[in-house]
Ligand binder design. Structure first.
Ligand code: NAD
Length: 476
């Protein structure tokens, strides 16, 4: 399979200044399959400066209709290349191909949405008390740094790049070291579709040195980051130096709350994939399940039985539901969590081991009797592990739900409308779903409370986040 192996700067591929390269490893086999240039501080300087030039001379003042036309054209070219994008995504991070296809299509859809948003995102006129004429403008910021993780590399890159471009900014995109390929392909296809050179630059490379340089760079006006809470904190501190705008989409420990009055069987059968999809490497993973005690036993039985039937295997096959973990290191981290859980007396209802064969696989694992102070209960595991617990009292359960420092996502299963509304209001979380485990809609805001982040991706909220608000007053 061919793929880009260089940085994408000024409309074309080129090597990094240092000549450094990163080796890519196929998580399904554990074997290296290629190398990609790794950028450094000099490359950040060059890319940020030329992104600024492209913004100032071409993109900022381009007529909105023309900008929309280009973004529609990007969406079309992405759609024509869904299979290629999906195959690369699957190869680099072990994502099952059917999920990778859906996510490639989602990326194209995001470009369509924001192409359409260009003509619908407006300021206001305000009847100020002194008379005259007062209006607001939403203006582009300049250069946006988009820093994205390895778990959903292509869609997250799209949902940062598309609204930032639609709002009139230039973007420097930094993919994670483990997953540079689809970000590079995005830039290549976008330029093929008519995006002017310099408006989107892609710099694969190490987070530490290069990411820091990007966040500190004086040309960068906004940092849009998705990744761990730890790195998010660090970025927030760096950005505070010159008050860069930030949006941070960070970790999670999302609850899945099942009341006895719900269609709990449906909940039990659909919920395993709400935590095990993407091998649990999902910020929205419903990793703590709270089940009302009267249905706890049959719920667990149905949940475990569905989990045992999940198809774990080669991510390149259509029928595979669960692929390998992204790296040996990530699997070792999750195995440490499991060791801790066992040592503290948790019960492993299923999974917990490595299947035979090559690759960084780990079985989907259901834990019961997990203590409230245990790491598995409190921390984001970022692997295929779920804790299921029983509850008796709604208020007490909500206290436990909200005791988590995270607040990204969550599900509520009940057929009582008043309860659904009451609990939706009470859960401290940016995204919730009732009687389904769906977290994400292109048209709706996505982001977290508390340690799960600041700001929102997607919907018109993202457009707000990529603009400055200006007020203009004209005397009568
Ligand atoms: P990470 O924080 O290690 O890395 C994310 C990105 O930041 C990568 O591109 C990395 O190279 C870069 N980076 C690392 N150090 C940096 C630094 N000092 N300065 C600037 N950039 C730096 O996260 P990850 O391991 O790639 O992804 C997993 C995490 O992402 C999980 O915690 C998960 O919950 C979170 N996540 C959140 C969302 C969300 O929308 N809330 C979505 C996906 C993933």
């Amino acid at each position: 399979m061919t793929f880009p192996t260089q940085l994408f700067v000024d409309g074309g591929f080129r090597d990094s200044t240092s000549g450094n390269r990163t080796t890519l490893v196929n998580p399904a086999t554990g074997e290296p399959f290629g190398e990609v240039a790794a950028g450094g501080v000099e490359d950040v300087n060059g890319a940020a400066e030329s992104a600024f030039q492209a913004w100032e001379t071409v993109w900022r003042d381009m007529k909105p209709g023309k900008r929309a036309e280009i973004l529609y054209s990007v969406a079309r070219v992405l759609r024509e290349n869904i299979e290629m994008i999906a195959r690369l995504e699957s190869l680099q991070i072990g994502k099952p191909i059917s999920d990778a296809r859906d996510e490639a299509a989602l990326g194209a859809r995001v470009f369509e949405y924001y192409a359409g948003a260009i003509g619908k995102f407006c300021g206001q006129t305000i009847p100020v008390s002194g008379g005259g004429f007062d209006f607001t403008l939403r203006q582009s910021m300049g250069v946006v740094a988009a820093i994205v993780p390895w778990n959903f590399p292509f869609p997250i890159a799209c949902w940062k790049v598309a609204p930032a471009l639609a709002a009139g900014n230039a973007v420097v995109l930094k993919p994670a070291s483990l997953s540079p390929l689809t970000a590079l392909v995005l830039a290549e296809l976008a330029h093929r579709a008519g995006l002017p050179a310099g408006v989107l630059q892609v710099l694969p490379g190490p987070g530490s040195a290069m990411g820091d340089a990007l966040v500190r760079h004086p040309r960068v006006r906004k940092v849009s980051f998705t990744g761990s809470t730890e790195v998010g904190r660090h970025i927030m501190a760096l950005a505070s130096q010159d008050l860069k705008r930030i949006s941070l989409e960070l970790g999670g420990k999302s609850p899945n709350i099942v009341f006895a009055d719900a269609d709990w069987k449906r909940a039990a059968e659909s919920s395993p994939m709400s935590v095990f999809a993407n091998t649990g490497q999902d910020c929205c993973a419903r990793s703590r399940v709270f089940v009302e005690r009267s249905v706890f036993e049959p719920f667990v039985e149905a949940f475990v039985s569905t989990t045992r039937k999940l198809v774990v295997g080669d991510p390149g096959l259509d029928e595979t539901q669960i692929g390998p973990m992204v790296s040996a290191g990530q699997r070792a981290t999750v195995e440490e969590f499991l060791k801790d859980a066992r040592a503290r007396g948790s019960r492993v209802a299923c999974g917990g081991g490595r299947p035979d064969g090559k690759g960084f696989y780990l079985e989907p694992t259901v834990l019961l009797d997990v203590g409230r102070d245990d790491r598995c209960w409190r921390e984001e595991i970022f692997g295929p592990v779920v804790c299921i617990t029983a509850f008796d009292d709604e208020r007490e359960m909500l206290r436990e739900v909200n005791a988590s420092p995270y607040g990204l996502s969550g599900s509520i299963w009940t057929n009582d409308l008043r309860r659904a509304l009451r609990v939706s209001r009470a859960v401290e979380s940016g995204v919730l779903s009732v009687n389904t485990n769906s977290s994400l809609h292109v048209e709706a805001p996505f982001g977290g409370f508390k340690l799960s982040g600041i700001g929102r991706d997607l919907g018109m909220h993202a457009m707000e986040g990529y603009t400055e608000l200006k007020n203009v007053y004209v005397a009568e």
